[in-house]
Design a protein around this ligand. Structure first.
Ligand code: ADP
Ligand code: MG
Ligand code: MG
Length: 883
């Protein structure tokens, strides 16, 4: 097998640029070289080597040495320089690059190949001594950090002291002699910390760096990133070795990052930042404030320093051409890294740019309208889960706000929470249920867990492409970055703007769309659902086959869901209606009654209330199908649990406390999830289901009478295990229906069916379908009963289970396709065999999960049902599943 693939100088070994083999960075470097763009020559060590490296106890396969030598020879021949040559040395970068980009997660070493001899050669050839020594100190610093893993604080400290001694503010003020002196200090630090002199042999340097890149794949921060993003640990990273080009060769040199469209809004305008006389990560590291790429952006921001468009018009023009070429080639918005060396443009990276949900939507719709991609591709481009961001409220523009300061609008959306100043605290407080805003001077990869736990992120430093901004956009967290007037003292747990102070635990609000930071909590308003969102939804609705319903039991939820496009109710849980303060007393009387007559008396009080619930819901749903589940939870859930409550409840229910206590004790169950609940209630107390059925049909008749749009009630019997249970309950429902129809003088179309939530029901679906006209897969309980895992108790071990790969994903979030999925498939097949037109749907929380929706499509269910806010997600996911 071949391990090394060359690119640049007219060579492109990678061919079609296979990301799995070459990693994203390597494949696209190869791709850019292939279409004739100026890419510094280099080679890629493929991703399988990473796995081999770990399999063989962190050593390289035998043939790699020779292949790397060929790769170096390729770079030497294109650049006409020699690696390690004292007169005209070749310098390289060693860069990681996994299949999918893991921003800032992996390490890169620049300027490799410098030593005490080659630095002199570099100074001579470049005619710039300052540049040569600046590069050498950068190299020692980076290599010591990334490869030798020495404390980088020591190097930074030495640099700070050198600057202070000379009275400098910026790195750019240091002279050749200053850098020279600093290199000597750096080398001394290496000897002190590492016990050996800094490696002078350029080949040792190279192999050390290659090993470090592979090593970084198993670093803690890389592991955390993979876990949060579902990236398998066995993919490995590729290593790219590439000739250096220099953005730090004076004022005609620069380095920058750019997006071909605005990654925050999606606007079709170039977007980016650059720094003159700088190298590599200087732009994102927030060492100097970067300058804007375009004149328009600079003017809009009211910034002074010249944009690239003004400062380097010619190179800017070339860069703009490259942007267009890359967008057409990759047919997507690109995130680009470039360097200008003495007026010549070099491309160092391109990839599909990360973007906010809003931008993803706009870019997909725009590109389809521009004819760059098809409508189907546009549908496939938008991550359904990310729509969540757009569907949630934004700050009410009319609400008073107490603006503390303003930073950059780095990731849109608004969030309120308690200010916290470190990631561990953020995680801890979030775990306790608090909303927190993580406030940092700037973030680094060590902050990932805190950023994840926070509702929003606020930084004092860094631009729109800083770590905080990029990661926040990826996670869908609102972010305000570079709020320069903020002074943060994390140790004391306080931040200040002028005289004003915010302490840890104070409420603040950030608006990532405007950059505003406010004291206190600011009220929010609902999002706009027309525009690009509406357009994409129309396209999605054209291609999807699955219907999308909602899980809702209040008129408000039903209205929200209909606005979001719900085509019916898939699950209306009736028990929530019983908790209402005005009704709970009647419910308790019903439970506490010791005879049928007593229960009926209490149920008679509930009937009009329940009828009102259904009337309102049917009115909102205007003729759409509504699946209503009859009472499901164990009765004791309605009784008081606290001793203190008993007296009050007894009084309200007109009972003595002792009776109440005794009855509560009788109702106690050891395992209520598997206890007296679901249709078992209906079997033992049919009058409960009878009242509910009566309320449903009376409401349906009334609404049909009033509005002419008769609803289609689908009465659902929960927790059925056997055909007989369903038969008995269906008889109760049918009898109530006939009685109501006779009284009202009209009939309403309705169905009686069941939830499939027990394995026995799934297996016996063939005969159960004889008694019921529809199945709704209650995958929350079906997952609990199939896996034998109680969802409420799973927290203690499920994370470990997922970490150890026992379940690929949390089975309560995404259907366990192999186990629960097979039962669903069996039930669907057997149900259809008995009753070919049986209606099949899913009403667990999985109904709003894109992966589970894809499964539902694959087995041909009729609909999915999701909570109101997830309805658009389900519509888009259903469309993607149908593509
Ligand atoms: P990351 O994946 O963290 O972005 P990269 O491998 O892209 O790491 O390297 C970071 C930065 O280093 C790049 O954006 C680029 O500016 C600089 N860099 C990498 N390779 C070279 C090179 N051969 N010449 C000049 N600069 C380079
Ligand atoms: Mg990096
Ligand atoms: Mg990069």
């Amino acid at each position: 097998t071949r391990y090394v693939y060359r690119f640049g100088g007219g060579v492109s070994d990678g061919g079609q640029g296979d990301k799995n083999l070459l990693g994203g960075k390597g494949a696209n470097l190869d791709g850019m070289a292939g279409i004739g763009l100026p890419v510094p020559p280099g080679f890629t060590i493929s991703t399988p080597v990473c796995a081999l490296y770990y399999e063989q106890g962190e050593s390289f396969p035998d043939s790699l040495k020779a292949e790397v030598a060929t790769g170096i020879a390729h770079i030497e021949s294109v650049t006409d320089k020699k690696f390690g040559d004292a007169a005209d040395p070749l310098l390289v970068s060693v860069r990681s690059g996994a299949r999918v980009s893991m921003p800032g997660m992996m390490d890169t070493v620049l300027n490799l190949g410098l030593n005490d001899d080659t630095v002199v050669g570099l100074a001579t050839v470049s005619g710039d001594e300052r540049f040569a020594w600046d590069s050498y100190r950068r190299f020692i610093q980076m290599y010591s950090d990334v490869v030798l893993e020495l404390d980088h604080g020591r190097f930074e400290e030495a640099l700070e002291i050198a600057k202070e001694d000379k009275g400098y503010n910026l790195d750019t003020e240091l002279t050749a002699a200053d850098w020279h002196a600093l290199v000597a200090e750096y080398k001394a630090i290496v000897v002190e910390l590492w016990g050996k002199p800094f490696p002078q042999d350029v080949h040792d340097q190279l192999w050390g760096a290659v090993g470090a890149v592979f090593g970084s794949w198993q670093s803690e921060r890389a592991k955390v990133y993979r876990r949060l993003n579902d990236i398998p640990g066995d993919w490995g990273t590729a290593v790219n070795v590439q000739a250096m080009v220099f953005g730090n060769m004076g004022d005609t040199s620069a380095t920058g990052v750019a997006f071909t469209r605005d990654p925050a809004t999606g606007e079709n305008a170039y977007y980016g930042e650059f720094l003159i006389n700088a190298q590599g990560e200087d732009v994102v590291a927030g060492i100097r404030t970067p300058q804007y790429l375009t004149l328009a952006a600079r003017e809009r921001a009211g910034a002074k320093p010249a944009s690239m468009e003004e400062a380097m018009p010619e190179v800017y023009g070339q860069l703009a051409d490259v942007f267009d070429l890359l967008e057409r080639h990759y047919r997507d918005m690109q995130d680009i890294e470039f360097t200008v060396e003495r007026g010549k443009l070099w491309m160092l990276q391109t990839r599909s740019g990360k973007r906010t949900a809003k931008a993803a939507l706009k870019i997909a719709v725009d590109m389809a309208s521009e004819g760059l991609i098809t409508q189907e591709e546009a549908i496939a481009r938008v991550d359904p889960s990310a729509l969540d961001q757009l569907l949630h409220p934004t700050l009410d523009p009319n609400a008073p706000r107490d603006v503390l300061t303003k930073g950059l609008p780095a990731s849109p959306g608004a969030a309120s929470g308690y200010a916290v100043f470190d990631s561990d605290t953020a995680e801890k407080r979030a775990n306790n249920g608090d909303s927190v805003i993580l406030v940092r001077v700037e973030t680094s990869p060590e902050d990932i867990h805190g950023m994840h736990a926070a509702r929003g992120i606020l930084t004092a430093r860094g631009g729109m492409t800083s770590h905080a901004a990029v990661v926040a956009r990826g996670m869908g967290r609102p972010c305000v970055s570079g709020a320069g007037t903020l002074s943060i003292n994390a140790k004391e747990g306080v931040m200040r703007v002028g005289q004003r102070e915010v302490k840890e635990g104070d409420l603040i609000t950030i608006d990532g769309s405007t950059g505003e930071v406010m004291i206190g909590e600011v009220p929010t308003i609902q999002p706009e659902l027309a525009g690009d969102f509406g357009t994409l939804m129309v396209w999605a609705d054209k291609v999807r086959r699955l219907k999308v319903r909602t899980n809702a039991e209040t008129p408000l939820d039903c209205r929200t869901a209909r606005e979001f496009g719900a085509e019916g109710i898939g699950l209306c849980r009736t028990e929530h209606m019983f908790f209402d303060a005005a009704r709970i007393t009647a419910v308790r009387q019903m439970i506490l009654a010791d005879s049928e007559a007593g229960r009926r008396a209490a149920l008679d009080k509930l009937l009009p209330e329940q009828r009102k619930d259904f009337t309102e819901i049917f009115e909102v749903m205007a003729g759409l199908p509504c699946t209503i589940r009859l009472l499901d939870p164990p009765l004791h859930e309605f009784l008081p649990h606290e001793e203190a409550e008993f007296e009050e409840v007894a009084k309200a229910a007109d009972l003595d406390v002792e009776t109440l206590r005794r009855r509560a004790a009788e109702l106690h169950e050891f395992n209520p999830m598997l206890g007296h609940r679901g249709c078992r209630l209906g079997v033992t107390y049919p009058e409960i289901y009878e009242m509910q059925a009566r309320a449903i049909f009376e409401a349906a008749c009334d609404v049909a009478e009033k509005s002419g749009a008769a609803p289609v009630p689908e009465v659902m019997i929960p927790l059925v295990a056997t055909k007989r249970e369903l038969e008995l309950m269906k008889a109760v429902v049918d009898k109530a229906a006939q009685a109501v129809f006779a009284e009202k003088g009209r009939t309403i179309e309705y169905l009686v069916g069941t939830m499939i939530e027990l394995p026995r029901a799934a297996l016996r679906a063939g005969e159960i379908a004889e008694a019921g006209a529809f199945f709704s897969f209650g995958t929350n309980d079906l997952t609990q009963t199939t896996l034998g895992v109680s969802r409420d108790d799973a927290g203690r071990f499920l994370t470990t289970y997922v970490e150890k790969g026992i379940y690929a994903r949390d089975p309560f979030v995404s259907i366990d396709v192999e186990g629960v999925g097979e039962l669903i498939q069996i039930a669907a097949e057997r149900g259809r065999a008995t009753r070919p037109d049986i209606k099949l749907g899913i009403c667990g929380e999985h109904g709003g999960d894109p992966a589970s929706i894809a499964f539902c499509e694959s087995i041909g269910l009729d609909y999915v049902s999701a909570s109101p806010y997830r309805v658009p997600i389900a519509r888009l996911a259903a469309a993607q599943a149908a593509l």
